[in-house]
Design a protein around this ligand. Structure first.
Ligand code: CO8
Length: 258
């Protein structure tokens, strides 16, 4: 199996397990992490011996967002030319069912990555949020589209406008997560669930995933593209620089509304 720098890859029977592993940055999603997660998921997806994938993080953080330090100084033109975050679309192209096992922080890009999986199993310690607005930006990896579809407009709008984080109980009540599991049992329960799925016919499981996603994704593609363009243009504001620099310098941001 390929070795990766930012993740740990394991095979347990017919289940492929991907563990995000950048503890020093609470699994913040930098370019290296994107490449590793996409490559690993694609590797499992191509393997007929793998019938389900589990994506997890650490007890402290599933992922605390896109990597703020990697983005802070970028210009609009750089973000636009690179099409920043577009690589994540390849993760959603994976046809094998993917279960997110989330403990601790799932914020910003972390919440978005969890929502890109087919369903979320949450530890009782899980916290979900889209705090980008506090950094002077908006969600950029599908959060405005997928969160709104998952929890409805009122809660999504409140979360995205205020940056408020919700706990596992609120997330389950809102329909964001399939089930809450005691933190100590999260991985075992996620593996058991994935093993059940992997015991089904692989092509039929893929078909089931495809049709549920068809209900969920109609018109999503246009929304995601729209969101990414608007996200990129946020890098033309002074407030993006201020918000991200303030985070890195561990101080409150002073937004100029420009
Ligand atoms: N990017 C880079 N580094 C991070 C990130 C991140 N998203 N999150 C945490 N880290 C780093 C910290 O800087 C710190 O590093 P160091 O030890 O070198 O100072 C280390 O991880 C540990 O973090 P903390 O000391 O802050 O740990 P705490 O337990 O005190 O706090 C929190 C944990 C509450 C999760 C806190 O780290 C936090 O608020 N993180 C940022 C959360 C956030 O705003 N996420 C959204 C990021 S933006 C994003 O995902 C957007 C996607 C699309 C649009 C983006 C536009 C920019």
């Amino acid at each position: 199996m390929t070795e990766y720098e930012n993740i740990i890859l394991e095979r347990r029977g017919r289940v492929g397990l991907i563990t995000l592993n950048r503890p020093e940055a609470l699994n913040a999603l930098n370019l290296g992490m994107l490449q590793d997660v996409v490559a690993a998921a694609t590797e499992f997806d191509r393997d007929p011996e793998i019938g389900a994938i589990v994506l997890t993080g650490s007890a402290r953080a599933f992922a605390a967002g896109a990597d703020i330090k990697e983005m802070a100084t970028r210009s609009f033109v750089e973000m636009y030319l690179v099409d920043w975050f577009a690589g994540w679309d390849r993760f959603t192209a994976v046809r094998t069912p993917v279960v997110a096992a989330v403990a601790g922080h799932a914020l910003g890009g972390g919440c978005e990555l969890a929502m890109m999986c087919d369903f979320i199993l949450a530890a009782d310690t899980a916290k979900f949020g889209q705090p980008e607005i506090k950094l002077g930006v908006i969600p950029g990896i599908g959060g405005s589209q997928r969160l709104t579809r998952a929890v409805g407009k009122a809660k999504a709008m409140e979360m995205i406008l205020t940056g408020r984080t919700i706990d596992a109980v609120e997330a389950e009540r809102a329909g964001l997560v399939a089930r809450i599991i005691p933190a100590d049992d999260l991985l075992a329960e996620a593996m058991a669930t994935a093993t059940t799925i992997a015991g089904m016919s692989l092509p039929v499981a893929m078909m089931a995933k495809e049709v549920v996603n068809a209900a969920y994704e109609t018109l999503l593609e246009g929304g995601i593209r729209f969101e990414r363009r608007v996200f990129h243009s946020g890098f033309a504001t002074e407030d993006q620089k201020e918000g991200m620099n303030a985070f890195i310098e561990k101080r409150a941001p002073r937004f100029s509304h420009r």
